[in-house]
Design a protein around this ligand. Structure first.
Ligand SMILES: Cc1ncc(COP(=O)(O)O)c(C=O)c1O
Length: 412
């Protein structure tokens, strides 16, 4: 969506001076483009959206309407999926900790639970014995070296006896189908996607002596970004097509002449939502401290980049002050409203600026709103603006004092 000063003023009149803007058109576009890229090589490809990345119900609902699955890692995220009306058969429960009651409920409703450790099997065993006439779908999370220098803590080490034992144990249950084989690694480079794909596919027919219904490669894909952001990464940023060219092509090759065609799953978060949100705020003050220009905005690094990754997001300025007040600045830093010394949203801005201008930060859709701490101020609203009807929809209202303080006691 193309923003301009009129639109920003129009939104601002209805809510706060600071707000997130959601672009669901872009989200739909991303989902369809990624799925098509995979399906071009392997038609039985599916996307399970990683709720943790951005669990705004509207976002999750758009994915559901497009036919996407829900990838959840807690009973809290399970509740979001239920409230949206996701078919339980389209919910994949991952994560290193799982609430036992939620696991049982989801398995009884036909959902998929991917176990992360042997400790989880006790709960499953109880369920299986309690319902001997019901069939359950279970998955297993796999862990191996993908050459990224990290010892991942998720899933079973596929080289261990524990892995062999758990496969035997699951196979021995008459009413459990080892339905899904899953992995997830945080590294987004194409090189590690190549090794994760090869190593997962090597398991099938070897350590896993049959073809499961689902082979799930997890998340950890880069999303779309402008060149200004791409250039701040050490490695090349692959496109959706680049990932599909690795994972779906190798997959199609592996199962080319097999009667059983397993489903290929990926669990993207950032790749789908990274570029679907912007954060708009106003310049509150500009000052110079020992030669350094600093503008303070009604926003914080915790609004847009709580993982503090030190990258400058894409930035646009919309001048709202009269031309006479404007000044050209070199190497100006945008600081946040908090009292954390390192709270800078952007460093090294060169251009015109004045108090009252809007500053809009792009690519703030992933791991932003879900990680925003209730520090110093409640969070700002999320809106969607329709360019045709000029309607502002509140996707999330501005948080108020009581949203944050209702669990604390004031009377002692
Ligand atoms: C199991 C699982 N799947 C998918 C994702 C999504 O990762 P990303 O947003 O990097 O694509 C994560 C993120 O931690 C995850 O743990």
């Amino acid at each position: 969506m193309e923003l301009n000063l009129d639109i920003l003023n129009e939104i601002s009149k209805k809510c706060h001076d600071s707000f997130y803007i959601l672009d669901t058109k872009q989200l739909k576009y991303n989902f369809n483009e990624l799925l098509e890229a995979l399906r071009e090589f392997y038609p039985e490809s599916y996307i399970a959206y990683s709720y943790k990345t951005n669990y705004i119900p509207k976002v999750c609902s758009v994915i559901n309407d497009l036919g996407g699955y829900a990838e959840i890692v807690s009973d809290m995220e399970y509740e979001i999926a239920k409230r949206i009306g996701v078919d339980p058969c389209k919910i994949i429960f991952n994560g290193p900790y799982k609430n036992k009651a939620a696991v049982k409920e989801l398995m009884l409703s036909g959902g998929i639970v991917n176990i992360d450790s042997t400790a989880e099997i006790e709960n499953i065993e109880e369920l299986v014995q309690q319902y001997p006439d019901k069939n359950f779908n279970l998955g297993i999370r796999c862990n191996f070296d993908i050459g990224d220098g990290v010892v991942s803590r998720f899933g079973f080490d596929v080289m261990s006896n524990e892995f062999v034992n758990i496969i035997h144990k699951i196979s021995a249950y008459k009413n459990v189908n080892l339905f899904s084989v899953q992995c997830h690694f945080a590294d987004r480079s194409i090189e590690t996607w190549s090794s994760r794909t090869e190593k997962m596919l090597d398991l099938i027919g070897n350590k896993i002596p049959f073809i499961p219904d689902i082979i799930d490669f997890g998340g950890g894909l880069y999303g779309k970004m402008p060149d200004s952001l791409k250039s701040q990464f050490k490695s090349n940023i692959p496109s959706y097509q680049d990932y599909a060219n690795i994972v779906a092509k190798k997959f199609a090759g592996k199962f080319f002449d097999c009667d059983k065609k397993p489903k290929l799953f990926i669990e993207p978060g950032s790749a789908l939502v990274g570029d679907v949100m912007k954060f708009a705020c106003k310049v509150e003050s500009i000052k110079n401290i020992r030669g350094k220009d600093i503008a303070t905005v009604l926003g914080s690094i915790y609004n847009i980049n709580p993982t503090l990754n030190k990258k400058n997001p894409p930035l646009s300025i919309y001048a709202s002050a009269s031309a006479a007040d404007r000044k050209y600045y070199c190497d100006l830093d945008f600081g946040g409203f908090t009292c954390i010394e390192s709270d800078y949203l952007y460093r090294g801005y060169n251009g015109e600026l004045a108090v009252g201008d809007y500053v809009v930060f792009g690519n703030v859709g992933s791991y932003s709103i879900v990680l925003k701490p209730p520090f110093i101020l409640p969070n700002f609203p999320v809106i969607e603006f329709d360019e045709v009807t000029r309607k502002t929809d509140f996707i999330k209202n501005a948080e108020i004092f009581d949203d944050l303080f209702q669990t604390y006691k004031f009377n002692f």
